[in-house]
Design a protein around this ligand. Structure first.
Ligand SMILES: Cc1ncc(COP(=O)(O)O)c(C=O)c1O
Length: 440
């Protein structure tokens, strides 16, 4: 294995002083393989990451968990940001770039008239839900998919601790969420019309909003979306589409524009919007967004300048280069490559996800060990890799070719280890944890 002395030392320091070790569950080393996953970087450029010990990797894993849609330290976005840093990013007045960004987002989404900004994804979803509740004077939310860490969402697990399972992260603990919110967020599954009506019937005449991702693992059926739109209109609720992950991966704008036969009332962006700089946006119809004025929604750091500047530069490059076409093509090639490699070695594989955010699973009881072995062996070959591949514009077909040369060797090793029943003995690090779990 590579020398990870400094990386491991930093992990030990972090575990002592940061509860849960990181600020994002998905970047915790135990989600990959503790002991071998480097965990900390000193530099990232294009698709290359250098860890604290100076080891260099080609990143074929979570691509900054979907935020760095163009690639690390993109010269155009960073150029725009550094220019503005020298002019000052915070002052007693507001930055004009947020107005330009609001206008651009409304141009890209002709159904939307108004925009509010904040800086994180979950926070933007909380803002959208607040606006919907303010508008309707109702409390209940029917939702599908993952929408962040805030009380409105986690409250779904208050009554039944497994209500959020299957919506991306299993086992989310609603500890600390007021029990009074029990029954205010009701989940339903994508394309399951019966389940949708069960959820909204449960909300009765207190339904403020239906919240969903435009797509996560399966594409929405047009009729499913039509029945949601019809119902929302009938009862005077609001349809909120969470574009935090899917946005900018199928077009320059929300995936709903190309995927849904109906328009939402609000849509929410973050992640890719700033190519790694913090920015999020809630866009919506005039009649809905005006309710933001009746509720107190306000924060100091939402006025800083880097987020809007980064977003403007990201959107400009994204549309000029048709970045989404590249992301879809890369994801497609990787999905095909996984299927071919697994077929070559007789490994039962499931491949899924939207193409720019793909994942696989080898369907064997030893999957956790297989995942740890895959990560470990790919690291040895100079790749940050897991069973997720989030495409970035900086990924080239050469990166993908080299990745598959390495991956085929590792898949052959998996086949051998499974036949010889010795995969546990080959592991240097730990098996990955699944879902939400405490770090002890
Ligand atoms: C669809 C969706 N909504 C909300 C969030 C939460 O965003 P953040 O992690 O920026 O708070 C995520 C993050 O993965 C997401 O994918």
């Amino acid at each position: 294995m590579k020398n990870l002395k400094k990386c491991i030392e930093m992990q030990i320091r972090a575990e002592k002083i940061i509860p849960g070790m990181t600020q994002l569950l998905s970047k915790r080393p135990d989600r990959f393989s503790s002991g071998v996953w480097p965990g900390y970087f000193q530099k990232a450029k294009g698709v290359t990451i250098w860890d604290l010990d100076g080891n260099e990797y080609t990143d074929m894993s979570i691509g900054g968990i979907g935020a760095t849609i163009l690639g690390y330290a993109d010269p155009d976005v960073d150029g725009a940001v550094t220019n503005v840093i020298s002019e000052g990013v915070a002052s007693s007045l507001n930055c004009p770039e947020e107005v330009e960004l609001a206008e651009l987002l409304c141009d890209l989404h002709p159904w939307a008239d108004k925009v509010r900004f904040c800086r994180a994804g979950g926070e933007a979803m909380a803002m959208a839900v607040r606006i919907a509740r303010a508008l309707t004077s109702r409390s209940k939310i029917a939702f599908c998919g993952y929408h962040g860490w805030h009380d409105w969402y986690l409250s779904a697990n208050l009554k039944d601790g497994t209500a959020l399972d299957g919506h991306l992260i299993n086992g989310l603990e609603p500890c600390g969420v007021p029990k009074e919110l029990t029954g205010t967020a009701i989940p339903f599954y994508m394309n399951d019309t019966q389940d949708f009506f069960k959820a909204v019937n449960h909300c009765g005449n207190d339904l403020a909003a239906v919240v969903m991702e435009p797509m996560r693992n399966i594409e929405p059926e047009p009729d499913f979306m039509r029945s949601i739109r019809n119902y929302v209109d009938k009862v005077g609720a609001v349809l909120i589409i969470d574009e935090i992950s899917a946005g900018l991966r199928f077009n320059t704008g929300g995936a709903h524009l190309v995927m849904h036969p109906v328009e939402p009332d609000m849509a929410v962006f973050s992640k890719g919007l700033g190519n790694g700089y913090a920015i999020s946006a809630v866009i919506g119809r005039d009649s809905v967004m005006e309710a933001a004025q009746n509720s107190f929604i306000s924060s100091t750091n939402w006025t800083e300048r880097i987020g809007p500047v980064a977003a403007l530069a990201t959107l400009q490059k994204h549309s000029e280069k048709k970045v989404f076409e590249h992301l879809i093509a890369m994801g497609d090639t990787v999905q095909q490559g996984w299927i071919e490699a697994a077929g070559r070695f007789g490994l039962p594989i499931d491949v899924g996800g939207m193409k720019p955010m793909s994942h696989f699973k080898i369907n064997v009881p030893e999957w956790p060990q297989v995942k740890a072995y895959f990560i470990q062996e790919m690291l040895k070959k100079g790749f940050l890799a897991s069973n997720l591949f989030y495409a970035m514009y900086a990924h080239s077909s050469d990166h993908v070719k080299e990745y598959f040369l390495a991956l085929n060797i590792v898949f052959e090793g998996i086949k051998k280890a499974l036949s010889e029943r010795n995969i546990d003995k080959l592991l240097v690090g730990e098996k990955p944890s699944d879902g939400f779990s405490r770090l002890n």
